[in-house]
Each structure stands twice: as C-alpha cells, then as structure tokens.
Design a protein around this ligand. Structure first.
Ligand code: HT7
Ligand code: ZN
Length: 872
C-alpha cells in the first residue's frame, strides 16, 4: 500500500485555468461533461505528461480543443487519466463519464440520499465525479450547468450564484451556477432533489443583503429554524470578532440523511448531516441544539478559514480545522458561558484526544505521512489543533491575536498555504520567535508536566519547579521540549490571591509562566505565607499535570480558586484519584469522601454559580477518563465498580438533599434551548445520574421523569441513565421509547446509543438482534455510529470483555460495513486504540480479534491502515 509523504510535495506541472461542468441527472444515471481549460506552468518541460486523478471512473469520451483524442495520446483507467504529451500552451480538455449515484454507498463523490442527489468532495471525492487534479492547491473558477427531471428534482443547487435557469424539454429543467471565487475541487458541491426550504436574509457590515436558505425533506421546515438563527448569529459574530464579512449574495445549507461526517463547508452551499440541522423540543435534546449552533457556526466560519484561505496539501489540514474549531469554540463562549464552554471543550479533549495522543494512533497535528487521508480527520487535527491556536492567543493577548489574524487574512487571501506560513504571520505581527512553539504542530503526544513546590517561611520564598516530558509515540522515539504557557496564580491560606515582590529563575509575564525547557525552577520572593498554586488556569495548555497537591489542597482550590476552570478541575482530579486508587486496591478513607462530598454540596448550594457550571462540577469522571488516568493494565470492571462505590459513598448521606435540589430544578413554562434553561436541565439530569448510580432512589425517579417529560432532554436523559445503570425499569423505558418515536430516524439513533451503553451482560446479544433485523438501515452512517461507535467508544465494560465477545462483535460488523462504506468502518475500528491500556487477558482477546480481521478478510485501505497501526 502506498504511503504519501509531505517531503514529496511538488506543485502540479499544469494549472487549471477554469472549469465548466455539465451534469445531466437522470433517474438511473448521471452524465458528467467536463471542460477544463489547462495550461503548463512556466517551468514545465514540453512533453510532460498530465496526470489527472480518478476513482471508480470510466471514460466515455475525450477531446482536446474540440478534437477527439486518438487512443495513443492518452491512457485511462478507473484511477487516472494521463495525457501523454499535452499541448505546450493553453488548451481545453473535454471529458465525459457516466456515474451511478444510487450505487455509491461510500458517500464520497455524487450519491443519492433518500432520493436527493448530493455531493461530498473533501478530501478526495471530486475524482469520483470527473477526472481532475484533485488536490487542494489547484484553484479554479467553476461554472456548473445541471439538468434533471423537474418532477423528482425541482431544486437544483451548486456553489456561487445562480446565473440562469429554465425549461430543458421532455420534463427536464436546468440551472447554471457560477462561483466567482477560485476554489479547490474539494469545495465543489451540487444538490438536486425535491426539497422544502426556509429562507431569510442577512445584511452584512458593508450593507450587502445576503439571501439565506436551508433546504430539507418536505415537512421538516419548522425544524430548521434554530439552524437559521444560529447562522445569522454566526455571520454577525464573525464580523464583530474577526472583521470577516460574507462574500457571495447567497448562502445555502442542505440537510441530508446519509452523510459521512457532521457537515461540509462547500463554498456558498454547505451540506449538513440532518442530525445537525433538525431540532424541535420533543425530539432534540439541549445537547443537540448546542451541537447545531456549534457546527452551523463552524462551517460558516470556514468561509474565511478554509475557503478563502485553504490548505496547500492535506498534511496542512490542521491549518483550517484547528483554527476553525478555535473560532467555533470562541463563538459558543461568547454566545453562552465562557467557563462552561471551556470545561465542555476540555472534557471532550480529555475523553477523545488524550487517548488518541497516548495510544497507537497518535500523530502530530500536522502529520508528515499517511496511507489514507480520511483517517486523519482526527480529534488531534481538530481539537488539539484548536488548543494550539488558543495557546497562540494566550501568548499574544487579545489585541496581539487580532492583529495576527488580520494580517493572516490580508496576506493569504486566495492562497493555498501551510502551517509554516500561518506561524510566520504570528511572528511577523508580534515580533516573537515562534520556531520552538511550532513543535506543537510537528510532534505527537500529550506532554506530562510535573509540578513540585517548596515554601521557606524563614526567607519568605516560594519555589515552584515545573518539568515536562512527552512519552515516545509511534515513529517518534525522542521528543523535544515544547513552549508551554502556564497561566497561574498563588492562593493564600485565607483563600485570597497572593502577591510576591520578585520572581527569578524563569520567564514570567504577568500571570503567565513560560515553560520552554525540560525543567524550570521559579523562586518567588516576598511571599508572606505558604501558598497553594493554581496552575494552568483556563487549561492554558493541552497537557497532563501531576503534582504534589493532596486531596486537601485540591478541595481548597475547589473552594477558593478565582479561576472557574481550575475549581472544576480540582474536583475532577480529587474524584479521579480516589476512583483510580480504589480500582488499584487502595481504598479511600471516610474523611476523604466526606471532604469531597462537602465540596460538592457547597458547590451545589453556592448561589453565585450557575446551574450549567454546577452540573459540570458534580459530573463524576467517566470510567474511560479514570482508565486513562491509570494508563496501563486497566481492568474496566474494577474501574466501573470503584466509580459506583464512590458515587454511592458520596450520595448516601445527602441523597435526600440531592433529591430536593433535583425537584427544585424542574423547569416550568415553554421549552427554550437557551443556556439558562438548558443549564437547569443539565444539573437536574446530573443529579438524577448520581441518585441512580449511588442510591436506590434514582431508578424510580428516572421512571417518573421519563413518563412526565415534556421534552426530549428530560426523556432521553431518564432513559439513558436507566440503561447505563441497567435499572429494573430500563427495559420498559427502552421499549416505550422505541415505539413512541417509531419512524423518526434521528430519535432511533438516540435509542441505539442508549442501548449500546447498557452495561449488563445481555447487551451484545440485544445489539446483534438489532443489527440483524431486516429493516435495520445498514448503509446509514448515523445509525451505524450510534450503535457500534457508541459501544466501542463508551462502553468499556462490555466492549473489552476478557472473553473477547465485545471485540468480535465489532470486528464482525466491520467486515460488512467496510464493503459498503470504508470511512465509517475505519472510524468505528479506532475504538480498539484502548488495547495497550488494558490488562493482559483483555489485551490478548482484542489483538486476537484484530488479527482475525486482518488475516481472514480483504479490507479497504481505510480499515487496513488503522488495523496495522493498532497492531504495530
Ligand atoms: N471539512 C469537513 C471535513 C470532512 C468531511 C465532511 C463530510 C463528509 C466527509 C468529510 N470528510 C472530511 C468538515 C469540517 O471539518 O467542517
Ligand atoms: Zn471543519
């Protein structure tokens, strides 16, 4: 299998000057006629072959400047088209291929989803539509003519502006769309179908009116209103925060039900997985509304960070994704609560990115090799990429960061560029040398920062030693020290911030320590009392921290730290440590549990904290987080038991109080997805979770909440909590949920997820039955991910069973899915990255299942690459 290396990057010998596409869409096939105006670059030698990419294509005809080509002038197969000796001047290449979108189950290129024709081209889908230089550094203007039977496809959309439309005879009609902006082929999009829509408009900061449309299955229009509202807020925010104005006269979004990812930022025509568009209170949770707002914003923000400025090659993916995730996180922080959003994002990073970075699939945010680029749309590229941008923002400060992004947009508008160019902008605008900082992009692994301190009362000096280390990751045995910004404060015995008169031994800028060597020892003079250090405030760097802070110090921070993130984090660390120690055989003391309980209750009763934050504070770390903390020889049964025991011990004496708070949080009045109402529901559901896991009061409360629920947030939480704890009422709730919402695929996904998280021994058998049902939609990515992805990622007790049943259930499913949709199959397979952390018998069972998959089946490149990396 071929590996692609960054070091081999070279520009194409030919430029594509312009693209004209003509799609004739018929029920059973689509004919694509392409006219490419091409010219050699100055340095290209005459006679240099032109090699265009293809994927599962068959050439029907070919001509140059209107004259059909003789057979000896070109070679074509499914994967490429080579012109042996193209003219050494500007010329027009015309090709024709016929596609069968209905048979395209990979959902890359042109395919049909519930009757609608749609495309997905990132990263390499355009080559499944026509022969092309399908790489992000080939930019061209596109003109698209499409015709289709009016009865089945009254709506015809593509990128840019509609320039012409009309009747095409014999029941056909046509539309011509032109996109004036140069773009790479991965941003091409087309949609044809019988769709409903909602429309609105946005007036930009320079006074231009932009027509907005959201297209969907008929009857779902009302469920698109929140998405439209989110879009308008995103457009206004990008103007305010980044000075970015939208550039076309139209912005359309289409919701489709078969989609490999969340959404796609095609120029002027975003295509969305319908789960990230549709929302109404009866069927969508607060988390769904939050997700819609975030992803609508994310795709919209790509218009500048991704589309106007794109990537030179796919190794630079993080250039657009890390920056755009940072921007969507900032948007949500500004729209909702900043601390709550930060905690949410860090929880996500710790539950998915840290495991990736510490396991067999670890790779740098900017990798330098791949076999299958689709395997690199990872949480490391996205979320760690966003953390790197956040560190730049921390280092430069708000004004410095804005100055840098202004320069980035000015300098690189219209470019296909690199991470190096991005860093250079920050260097040039700030005058800082960021060469060492750029190691964050080039090196894999989560740094481990060790902290120790000492207070000398006699000299009133306080010393703080910070050292960093990154464990080896696949292919990277040795690691360089990183530039780690440590936002910090010192807290005095009475809980107030403490000052100092002088600091020596390292770099400290205001409240920021720069850890840029393996170890640094800072000496603070004029420190009146022994302080407790509050480090990495706001999670100022994506690292793991070990320190000599005991439970008492942690609970002190939980009470007194002025930084809300660190207050939350202190509680998390305190709970994680107790669970991990217990799972490894060291029981907690009654005093430790009492103190943690008191800290939790105090947090709950603090009138200055908002419910959403309280919900995060009482969220006892998941088994997977504790397992990661333990790191090796993990026994998930022991972790789950220890977690349940701790929750039981915490809840026991205060169950009544918790229940009273639970009842007091019931939201009255009509449902709103706003942060305030959602926060109350999330705290109420958090309490329900604690009471269900840790007392005998929860199961019945959950039953009641399920039956009395007036919205999906309440109903789903009650069912999911019951299923996870496998309460006596769980089977009945799952049964009712399934029939109550029969026929709604997105609610079915919720049922599949809750079912896959049940921890009882019957779960695998039930999932097998679900999958085997003749009407199970086995080609739909959302359904497959909800069942199999949730099981492999969030049910460690059953997935990692020592008898191997959980592992084999997944590998057997992967064999079938891989034949239909390799992208979905390889993503589910990444659940096996947990293997190196497991105790011996489970690890062996997992490896055996993977080895059987490898030995007994012909697998796609997607699955093959992930398999080899995990087994290496
Ligand atoms: N840029 C997109 C990434 C993407 C994708 C989207 C849909 C289907 C397949 C895909 N492969 C990669 C989404 C984003 O990050 O905004
Ligand atoms: Zn993105």
């Amino acid at each position: 299998e071929q590996t692609i290396y960054l070091k081999d990057y070279a520009p194409t010998p030919y430029r594509i000057v312009s693209v004209e596409l003509d799609f004739k869409i018929l029920e059973d096939s689509t004919r694509v006629r392409t006219q490419l105006t091409i010219e050699p670059r100055e340095q290209t030698a005459p006679g240099t072959p032109l090699v265009l990419d293809g994927d599962e294509l068959k050439l029907d005809s070919i001509a140059v400047d209107g004259a059909p080509l003789v057979l000896s002038a070109y070679v074509s197969d499914a994967n490429s088209l080579t012109l042996m000796e193209p003219p050494h001047r500007r010329f027009v290449l015309e090709t024709e291929v016929t596609l069968n979108p209905a048979a395209n189950t990979k959902l890359m290129g042109l395919y049909r989803s519930s009757g609608t024709w749609c495309t997905q081209c990132e990263p390499e889908g355009f080559r499944r539509i026509t022969y092309y230089l399908d790489r992000p550094d080939v930019l061209a203007p596109f003109k698209v003519r499409m015709s289709a039977p009016r009865a089945v496809a009254p709506v015809l959309l593509a990128n840019g502006n509609l320039v012409e439309s009309g009747d095409a005879g014999e029941g056909m009609h046509f539309a011509v769309w032109e996109d004036p902006f140069l773009k790479p082929a991965y941003l091409f999009a087309l949609v044809a179908g019988d769709l409903g829509s909602i429309t609105d408009s946005f007036t930009t900061m320079s006074g231009r009116k932009v027509d907005l449309g959201i297209y969907c299955t008929h009857g779902k229009e009302d469920e698109c209103l929140y998405a439209m509202d989110s879009l308008k807020r995103s457009m206004a925010w990008d103007e305010r925060r980044f000075g970015r104005e939208y550039d076309l006269d139209v912005f359309n979004i289409v919701a489709v039900s078969d989609f490999n990812f969340g959404a796609m930022e095609n120029k002027g025509l975003n295509i969305f997985n319908d789960r990230l568009v549709f929302a109404k209170p009866e069927t969508a949770t607060d988390a769904n509304y939050h997700g819609i707002e975030r992803v609508i914003a994310h795709e919209y923000f790509h218009n500048w960070t991704g589309n106007r400025i794109t990537c030179r090659d796919w190794f630079q993916l993080c250039l657009k994704e890390g920056l755009t995730v940072f921007r969507d996180q900032e948007f949500t922080s500004d729209e909702r609560s900043r601390p709550v959003q930060r905690i949410h994002d860090v929880q996500n990073l710790r539950t998915s990115q840290f495991p990736e970075d510490g396991g067999p699939l670890a790779h740098p945010p900017r990798p330098d090799q791949y076999r299958e680029i689709n395997n690199f749309y990872t949480t490391t590229v996205y979320e760690k990429g966003a953390e790197i941008v956040r560190m730049l923002a921390t280092l430069l400060g708000e004004a410095g960061f804005r100055k840098a992004t202004d320069l980035y947009f000015e300098r690189h508008d219209g470019d296909a560029t690199t991470i190096e160019a991005f860093i250079k902008v920050f260097e040039d605008s700030s005058g800082r040398d960021l060469s060492q900082f750029s190691t964050w992009y080039l090196q894999a692994g989560t740094p481990q920062v060790n902290v120790s301190d000492n207070y000398d009362a006699a000299s009133q000096t306080y010393t703080l030693t910070l050292s960093q280390k990154v464990e080896p990751t696949p292919g990277e045995a040795t690691k360089k020290p990183l530039v780690i910004p440590v936002r910090f404060g010192l807290i005095g015995p009475n809980g107030s911030p403490m000052g100092w008169s002088k600091v020596s031994g390292g770099t400290v800028e205001d409240d920021l320590i720069l850890l840029d060597t393996e170890s640094v020892t800072l000496t603070f003079a004029g420190v009146a009392n022994k302080p407790v250090p509050s480090l990495f405030r706001g999670f100022s760097a994506p690292v793991k921290v070990t320190s000599n802070l005991g439970q008492e110090d942690l609970l002190f921070l939980a009470r007194h730290d002025s930084d809300p993130f660190n207050r939350w984090d202190a509680l998390q660390t305190a709970a994680t440590t107790l669970i991990a120690n217990a799972a490894l055989g060291t029981a907690w003391s009654a005093g430790e549990v009492d103190a943690l309980r008191q800290a939790l209750v105090d947090t709950l009763e603090n009138p200055d904290l908002d419910p959403a934050y309280k919900a995060q504070a009482i969220d006892i770390p998941a088994d997977t987080v504790v397992g990661r903390h333990i790191g090796k020889d993990v026994n998930p049964d022991a972790v789950a038991a220890a977690r349940k025991d701790l929750v039981t011990a915490l809840v026991g004496p205060v169950a009544e109080k918790l229940e009273a708070i639970y009842h007091g949080l019931a939201v009255s009045g009509p449902y709103s997805p706003d942060a305030a109402q959602a926060g109350s529901r999330s705290l109420r559901n958090g309490l329900l979770g604690l009471l269900t896991t840790g007392s005998d009061r929860g199961a019945e409360l959950a039953d009641r909440q399920y039956n009395d629920a007036t919205n999906m947030t309440e109903r789903y939480a009650a069912m999911a909590i019951s299923a996870r704890n496998w309460t006596p009422g769980a089977p009945a709730l799952l049964g009712d949920f399934r029939t109550r919402f029969a026929g709604d695929p997105l609610v079915f996904d919720k049922w599949l997820t809750a079912s896959a998280q049940a921890t009882d021994d019957g779960v695998i058998e039930r999932m097998r039955a679900t999958l085997a049902a003749p009407d199970f939609p086995r080609t739909n990515p959302n359904r497959l991910r909800s069942l199999l992805g949730s099981f492999a990622m969030t049910n460690p007790v059953q997935f990692t069973r020592a008898d191997g049943l959980g592992f084999r259930f997944i590998t057997e499913a992967i064999v079938d899915i891989d034949k239909v949709n390799p992208q979905v199959a390889s993503r589910i397979l990444t659940g096996f990255r947990i293997l190196p952390t497991l105790e011996q018998s489970r690890r062996t069972a997992g490896i055996e299942a993977l080895q059987a998959l490898k030995d007994q089946h012909k697998l796609s490149r997607n699955v093959g690459e992930i398999l080899d990396r995990i087994l290496a």
